[in-house]
Design a protein around this ligand. Structure first.
Ligand code: IPE
Ligand code: IPE
Ligand code: MG
Length: 245
């Protein structure tokens, strides 16, 4: 933690938590056991982000494509989510964490949906850190959904075509209250974004690691942040412009 430059913290970290299945293979346990171990990493990383002073943490917990997995695995993932929400509410309240979600929450089982609503409500006044869970999330679905809502508002006469800008478009996304991620981490050695935050990651710094998600803990996160802090974010400009030369 001492290695982190406090004045250059990423405001928003997004993580594609991948590799639970491969971890289970390596360790000769069931895939479900791999997900269970992955949930331990979630706890560790949430806690570490809070301690470091990260303002927003978005975790890709379940993609809209993940519904295509075997029913038994989907059910187990939903069960783990439920367990996580039940066991972490107290911790979130104590450490000032506010829960938010992005994705098609309506598609989730009723029990999980209710629990999410309750947790979101109970933590809504916390301002230590936002924990944003991407659930039944798909970046393309989100963008298409935004277009549909914009058309509805145009039809209703609330806005006109001239009102549509990059900024107003962002307001129609699930992340309207959340800044774009500064740093994206993907574990397990895959180099793709798998339909995650397509619009929002226009200028995000990417960090890929071969570490499998159940093995990704505090020290690995610190490593990723240190790596991020060594980069120069130019946003299209030249290096000289940034240093004021
Ligand atoms: C990530 O691990 C968890 C989810 C996608 C829900 P995986 O289950 O995708 O692990 P691999 O990719 O099979 O190793
Ligand atoms: C991405 O991982 C989704 C989550 C981590 C929730 P996947 O394992 O589903 O991604 P692909 O299918 O390998 O691209
Ligand atoms: Mg995977």
């Amino acid at each position: 933690m001492e290695r982190i430059e406090k004045t250059k913290l990423p405001q928003h970290i997004a993580i594609i938590m991948d590799g639970n299945g491969r971890w289970s293979k390596v360790n000769s346990v069931s895939r479900i056991e791999g997900h269970r171990k992955g949930a331990e990493s979630v706890r560790d990383i949430v806690k570490t982000c809070r301690e470091i002073g990260i303002r927003y943490l978005t975790l890709y917990a379940f993609s809209v494509e993940n519904w295509l997995r075997p029913t038994k695995e989907v059910r187990a993932l939903m069960g783990l989510l439920e367990k996580f929400l039940r066991s972490e509410l107290r911790e979130m309240e104590d450490s000032g964490i506010r829960l938010m979600t992005i994705g098609d929450i309506e598609a989730l089982p009723e029990k999980v949906k209710k629990l999410l609503q309750k947790t979101i409500e109970k933590t809504s006044n916390n301002n230590g850190m936002v924990l944003n869970l991407a659930l039944s999330y798909g970046g393309r679905d989100e963008i298409v959904g935004a277009v549909e809502k914009i058309l509805e508002d145009i039809d209703a006469g609330k806005i006109g075509p001239a009102d549509i800008t990059k900024e107003t478009f962002s307001d129609y996304l699930h992340t309207s209250d959340i800044p774009d991620p500064d740093l994206l981490i993907r574990t397990s050695g895959e180099y793709r974004i798998s339909n995650f935050l397509l619009w929002q990651m226009a200028y995000t710094e990417f960090y890929f690691t071969g570490t499998l998600w159940p093995d990704f803990r505090r020290e690995n996160l610190i490593e990723a942040i240190v790596d991020y802090q060594e980069r120069e974010r130019r946003f299209g400009r030249t290096s000289d412009q940034l240093s004021g030369d």
